[in-house]
Design a protein around this ligand. Sequence first.
Ligand code: LLP
Length: 383
Amino acid sequence: MFSRNTIARFQNTETPFYYYDLNLLNETLSSCKKASDQYGFHVHYALKANFNQEVLKAIEKVGFGADCVSGNEVKKAIEIGFDPGKVVFAGVGKSDKEIISALNNDIFCFNVESVQELGIINELAAGLGKSARVAIRINPNVDAHTHKYITTGLEENKFGINQWELNSCVEELKKCQNLELIGIHFHVGSQITNLEVFRSLCLKVNELSAWFEDHGFNLQILNVGGGLGVDYQNPDEHPITDFEAYFSIFDKFLERRPGQEVHFELGRALVAQCGSLISRILYVKNGLKKNFLILDAGMTELMRPALYQAYHKIENISSDSGQTVKYDVVGPICESTDCFGKEIELPDSKRGDLIAIRTAGAYGEVMSSGYNLRERVQSVYSE
Ligand code: LLP
């Protein structure tokens, strides 16, 4: 929901742009912080969801750590002020250059995704005369019950080390003098709205952490990843995800030794609702069977609908017409998948009206592209 003043400000701003409501962001962060602190849980923000400068600054201020998936994300997090001692680095394909840079920054932990990667990090750490802290990312084969393109914890996915490889993983670790195994890591998928999935994950983590303890490893941390979903359908009714319900599941079902830490890597749940893509209608095309609204924003600014058939709520925020019409809301890009929504009921719309595409703060701006030589999308912040 946008205030009259905010809409008036949008009228005078060149579109398209991402609008970030920093008040909502801060409220979301406080809510997450409060809920996690009460259980002594550690939260790392997954930069991949949004690395917009102002968004990162707000998150760093709360004291969260950073979850990075590239050398540049590690660099960015540290530049913004995140404590390197709270930076974790994941990814199935870390390059030598990225590993060396992370080692030189003395990051907290590498989440290691294959047996071969253990050997490589060991070798590179030895070359620098350093020891690397690692957590083994285990593929728990837990179904996240989310879109297949954002499911990561099944054996058919490329992520993590499968359970049948754990013995060879332990053998390799014994050979690696420059590695210190500090924990195990999991991430089963994204936009998970059924909390039962997290209960299943806890049971699996309990089983696997016992396995490591039986093999003589003292695990300092259990990292359960991210994945908590948000309400794309009703952003105004549920602007902040129920963090308390989420963390309490882990408190209830995760078995911990005294002193053992639980770490999380949340992305979407922290930033999705504070961002909207604001666009203008360029043309209205009335057809015999269909009406089209052609926007000045497209899949180049927000790729999720084209890539995952993702739903984002679309609103005409400048029309007050009482009459509604069904439109296919599309972008200007020469691709048929450049469509934000089909048969969307909106007030009777005209050229120049402002359209808000909601819940776009996560995996929106960061996934924008320069396809068709489009200009880089701008961002605007609440005052
Ligand atoms: N940790 C790991 C290892 C991950 O792979 C991810 C996300 C996260 C944490 C953060 O997950 P979140 O809390 O945001 O669900 N582009 C897709 C989502 C890809 C998620 C990739 N991994 C989308 O737009 O839906």
